[in-house]
Design a protein around this ligand. Structure first.
Ligand code: R5P
Length: 295
């Protein structure tokens, strides 16, 4: 029976993953000394055990060190194999050197994690210029696909949807969700001119004006990709759209900005705890982890 140590994920998500993997929750003491250093004590017997660390990697810089210290402690105490379930995998967007002198941080982060855990499961990472996590991770990896979760949500709540991907990168998710939801889709063209400056162009949508637009992206961060799309849809006389993202990273003020721009609803998966969480990823995480536990 695998032991799951929860480093900060929502208790409900952890309980569901524990149940679906027929696992047991491990006991851990993790706190800070007065000078800010971390104190780690593993209270469960992990000798020769399959152990899993459940740790979301949103706000990664504040979480990474604890994760690495716990992984090292578990290894030191005799764990047989250490897996990481991270519902959101950070440091995937800097996948090339866009400007001279930049670090390709996705690679460095991947190398770091690969040195400390034996396998990794995550929900749809931002794979843009990489096709697969194995291009940067040297450990076993498995992607838990969110498309069935998004498609279920749409099928159960929206009678006549038109799925819209705000840029070419979103095509990989949107086409899959559209096929599973049995809905038409459009992919737009996006030009990003800065962190908060995004332009999108929308092809002819006249034939879909009777449908509810559902914008789908892997990440919503500042919200500007969705906001620009909402503005264009409004100008074209489309009804207020539903905005769906797999991972709600949400920079300060982003959710309010989306509603102010005219979103009918903003929904995300519970890969990052947020008020917009409406879709549960525990089943897909457990399925992917089970596949790696079985290897
Ligand atoms: C971009 O490459 C991603 O797929 C998302 O479109 C992007 O991260 C969304 O960011 P924002 O909400 O800041 O426009």
């Amino acid at each position: 029976m695998p032991l799951i140590f929860n480093l900060g994920c929502e208790a409900d998500l952890c309980a569901k993953v524990v149940r679906k993997l027929n696992a047991q929750e491990g006991d851990l003491e993790l706190r800070h000394f007065p000078d800010g250093e971390s104190y780690v004590r593993v209270l469960s017997d992990c000798v020769d055990q399959q152990v899993i660390i459940l740790c979301g990697l949103d706000q990664p810089n504040s979480k990474l060190l604890s994760l690495l210290l716990v992984a090292n402690t578990l290894r030191d105490l005799g764990a047989a194999r250490i897996g990481l379930i991270t519902p959101y995998l950070a440091y995937m967007r800097q996948d090339i050197r866009f400007k001279d002198g930049e670090g390709i941080t996705s690679r460095y982060f991947a190398a770091l994690l690969s040195n400390h855990v034996d396998w990794l499961v995550t929900v749809d990472p931002h794979l843009h210029r990489y096709n697969h996590l194995s291009e940067i991770y040297s450990i076993g990896t498995m992607v838990a696909p969110s498309a069935p979760v998004l498609a279920d949500w749409i099928r159960q709540r929206i009678e006549s949807p038109l799925l819209i991907g705000p840029d070419s990168e979103s095509e990989q998710w949107v086409t899959e969700v559209a096929a599973l939801a049995g809905a038409p889709y459009l992919i737009l063209e996006k030009t990003r001119k800065g962190d908060r400056n995004v332009q999108v162009s929308i092809p002819n949508v006249e034939k879909y004006t009777d449908r509810v637009p559902v914008l789908i992206d892997d990440i919503v961060s500042t919200g500007h990709t969705f906001i620009e799309t909402i503005k264009h849809l409004k100008a074209l006389g489309m009804p207020p759209p539903v905005c769906m993202a797999v991972h709600g990273v949400f920079a300060e003020g982003a959710l309010d900005g989306l509603y102010e721009a005219g979103a009918a609803q903003v929904v995300t998966c519970n890969t990052i705890t947020h008020a917009s969480n409406a879709m549960d990823v525990s089943s897909i995480l457990a399925q992917a982890a089970q596949a790696l536990l079985d290897t």
